[in-house]
Unconditional design. Structure first.
Lengths: 199, 251
């Protein structure tokens, strides 16, 4: 049992020096504080990623909760074979695919044939413009993202919202590096086109 | 936020525009749900009811088994085959006094009847017993399993020596070593117990003779080891008993 001073020192070191993988291993071994640190690091990134992916705040919250519950359920079997971010967004990727399988077949199709479907615009039912509180700019960005095919949007959001590298995105989506590069190029091109007056 | 330096195509202007218009954070209620789930996952799972009852049921079963075994042992005690040295030593040290008392009595002793097959050794034993036990008045035969007195180690008084005839029961088996351990009356004892002690001494005398007869029988049957064991026990119980001639060479 740690004293209060030791506990404070432990928490500071956890905040500053511990990697995501070490925090997850600590949580696996029973440290609830480690999970709290990990959650603080990734809650905003993941939520933004999901919000822009599905364009619906309520759906994003549902997916957000499902994904974290899967992380908690997998606690006992976690092994740091890949980075934590890769692992987390891989879970998010599969959860999104499950959602698309049930509700949005067109969005799912964009994950199947990248070469053909990456060039097509997103179907109209993925338009995320639902909330009035958003600023016009935010709304336009949301609209621009929603207009992207799901695979390109996911790549862009993993890079921007998740702060992931090319390698991490490739592993999370089980896709080749060149495919990820291609998706990102297409996504950036379309977004520049939609938002060039704001740039 | 610094973008990772890798081969992924990026647009710094778009990245800056996107970060300026970041969408809302997850609601605090959602945070609470997830944190609660994370804490709950660390709690140990409750054991099923049948696992919680394992220890008490096992303990109860053990106690029941012990009680039943104890009751069974009390109702069916194991049989003893040979007199214990303690029991044998409690036998009449009194025996010599009983013999003297028997001699003092004038009445002839009845012929002992036993169920064992006759043999020369047996016949001589019976004769010797008849000679040694010239008892006076007839008295009831007390079985060899008579309970010992608490003062069994004390010698017999003169009154106790003047005992009656030791009657033999036809059913008495020589295979059962005689049990002694009845108390000799002490001077402090009330006169009313003298008759009881006399009876017990008579039983002890007959027990000694029967024991000798048993030893003879064992020797005749070729059970030398068992005969030697019985002989040693007899000598411990009756150290002053006169040695029969045929047994004087026994170890």
């Amino acid at each position: 049992m740690l004293s209060s001073a030791d506990r404070e020192d432990y928490t500071v070191r956890m905040d500053q020096g511990w990697s995501d993988e070490r925090l997850m291993l600590a949580y696996r071994d029973g440290d609830a504080e480690a999970f709290e640190r990990l959650y603080q690091r990734y809650r905003s990134k993941l939520f933004r990623h999901l919000a822009h992916q599905c364009g619906d705040a309520r759906l994003a919250e549902e997916l957000f909760q499902d994904i974290w519950l899967k992380v908690i359920a997998a606690r006992s079997t976690y092994e740091p074979l890949a980075g934590f971010a890769t692992w987390l967004f891989r879970i998010a990727h599969h959860r999104l695919l499950d959602h698309y399988r049930r509700h949005a077949r067109d969005a799912l199709a964009s994950y199947v044939d990248d070469d053909v479907l990456d060039a097509l615009p997103a179907p109209p039912d993925t338009d995320p413009a639902h909330t009035a509180e958003r600023s016009a700019i935010a709304l336009r960005i949301s609209n621009a993202l929603a207009a992207l095919p799901a695979a390109q949007r996911e790549t862009f959001l993993m890079a921007e919202a998740g702060g992931m590298t090319l390698e991490e995105i490739a592993r999370a989506t089980a896709t080749g590096r060149e495919t990820i590069k291609s998706r990102m190029r297409y996504a950036l091109g379309k977004l520049r086109l939609s938002l060039e007056d704001l740039l | 936020m610094t973008l990772p330096d890798d081969d992924l195509p990026r647009d710094p202007a778009l990245s800056a525009l996107y970060r300026e218009q970041l969408p809302a954070e997850p609601p605090s209620a959602l945070d609470a749900v997830i944190r609660a789930a994370a804490s709950k996952a660390l709690r140990p799972l409750p054991r099923p009811w049948w696992q919680r009852l394992q220890a008490p049921v096992a303990l109860a079963a053990t106690v029941m088994l012990a009680v039943m075994l104890t009751l069974t042992m009390e109702h069916n005690p194991p049989e003893t085959q040979a007199p214990t040295p303690q029991a044998a030593s409690q036998a009449p040290a009194a025996e010599p006094e009983a013999r003297e008392k028997a001699r003092a009595d004038a009445a002839p002793a009845p012929v002992r009847q036993t169920a064992t097959p006759t043999s020369p050794g047996q016949a001589s034993a019976k004769k010797e017993a008849a000679v040694q036990h010239k008892a006076g008045a007839a008295s009831a035969y007390r079985p060899a399993t008579a309970q010992p007195d608490s003062d069994s180690a004390t010698p017999m008084t003169e009154q106790a020596r003047t005992s009656g005839i030791i009657d033999a029961s036809p059913q008495k088996s020589l295979a059962a070593p005689p049990l002694p351990a009845s108390a000799a009356p002490t001077p402090a004892q009330a006169p009313g117990t003298a008759a009881t002690n006399r009876l017990r001494n008579e039983a002890r005398l007959q027990s000694a003779e029967e024991w000798i007869a048993l030893i003879r029988q064992l020797r005749k049957q070729g059970k030398a080891v068992e005969a030697a064991t019985q002989w040693q026990a007899f000598r411990n119980a009756y150290p002053d008993h006169p040695l029969p001639e045929d047994l004087r060479d026994s170890p």
